[in-house]
Write a protein that binds this ligand. Sequence first.
Ligand code: ZN
Length: 514
Amino acid sequence: MVRGRRKNSPFGSRFVKPRVGAARSTVTEPGPVAPVPAPSVPRTEAVGELRPGHPLADAAMNDRLHAFEQGFRERFAQLVPVLKEVHALQHERDFQERAQRIVLDRLGYQLPEKALEDAWINDLDTRELYLHGTFELFDQVVNEYWAGRDDLVAEAESAIAYFLDCDFHEVDISPCSDGRLLGLRRFILRLPDLAVRVKSYAGAQFDIEEDVRHWTKRELLRFREGRPTTADVPSRYLKIAAYHYSGADPLHQGCAAHGNSERDAADGALHQLRAFRQAIENTYCCGASVDTLLIGVDTDTDAVKIHIPDGDTRMSLYRFVDSAALYRETQGLDEQSASLRVYQAIQDAIHQQGWGRGNGAPHEGMLRLISRLLLNNISQLEYVARYHGGHYADVGHRERVIIVGQEIEEMQVRNFAYFAHLETMEEGSDGIDVGVNKIFRKLNVERGLPVPVVIHYRYDRKVPGSRERVEARCRRIRRTIMERYRDLAEKGLIGCHMVIRDKRSGSRLEPLVA
Ligand code: ZN
């Protein structure tokens, strides 16, 4: 049974929320235990490009997101042409003043004086100017992000209320660090910036201990402050892991951390989710547990596969709803029939037989969240169809920077940055290695362009000494990176920009001098 209802939603104005009845299946047998090897995980076949125009898409939100994406990209697209212009002027008489004026007018920052002064000796150091310019523009887009966005807090509060309505008091997402997933929250899943926690790790191999600590912190807040629910409310903590694959070029443009194998990427993420739940259950007794959800993203189109948990909260690589198939199937329907079909697709997945068979349906809140995510993603597919011809032109890597440290929620434009969440260099070095060695050596170094690395951490101004400790940590990580990639550092082919800021949202970046 479905009762659609509309209300103003944090997820967009055309919100249709199917309330799913307690459709618990009576199937109790476990999945088939067959002696034959499992079939390969079904891959999404490209069935022609997605066409624009879908009854469930939020066109107004798509327009806003497109304006944001365009503005962001255009700013960075200016950098190389302007630097070329500066380069061409270096032997002119009033070079320094002219160069400064051009850069200030066109890009809004000042070139480093020393680099200009020394240009007559050994020519202009364009690698240094490229790094400097990338970092200046980076700071600009982050610092400007919050201007005039007073709606962000209200949007987040509304989303948190919605999650609670689905029985979740926390939504915590770990995607792969791959830059093509950078738009996961804002674009692909259409979730508000401040309502969900996102931490990226190479291959979605998130840090279980750290997440157990975060879970504990959330429980403490519920106990002590009743935020966002009191501890006696049986709401849950939801952990989502997002792996990725390429529908168009699965052998080359998949996940670098998993050798481009979709199956390995999905399996790796699922394994991590299971281990996290096990960790919580083993560490805290008395029914402590978490809900988990596995999502696959086709980085060519932003389509998702949502793996539906069963009544025992177990997921299977074979049981999912594919949003691209759903998009095509519902495109010609009216709005009501299309949203009903979304609900039915979830039910079909739940009741499937064979390898994907599970033990009944997940709880009602989970079903509602899944249908919400599918509907949100349909808007994103419409976006990709309308503004990118149904398929991204850059199916491969096109990242401009590597971000190391803590998440920068202002950076959510696809393929803009490779993001490696990092607490300590010892634990996080694999993630940076994938970024530098597997991605940026090919992307930048082979062309003689340096690898820009932004190191970002937050401090807590309420905690004495926190800023100093975070500053010291940034410097430590910078030293380790320059040491680790010494072959690049010696040729000026890698550069680090250290930025810290207060942990409250919307605070400005405070660059540290190296
Ligand atoms: Zn990946």
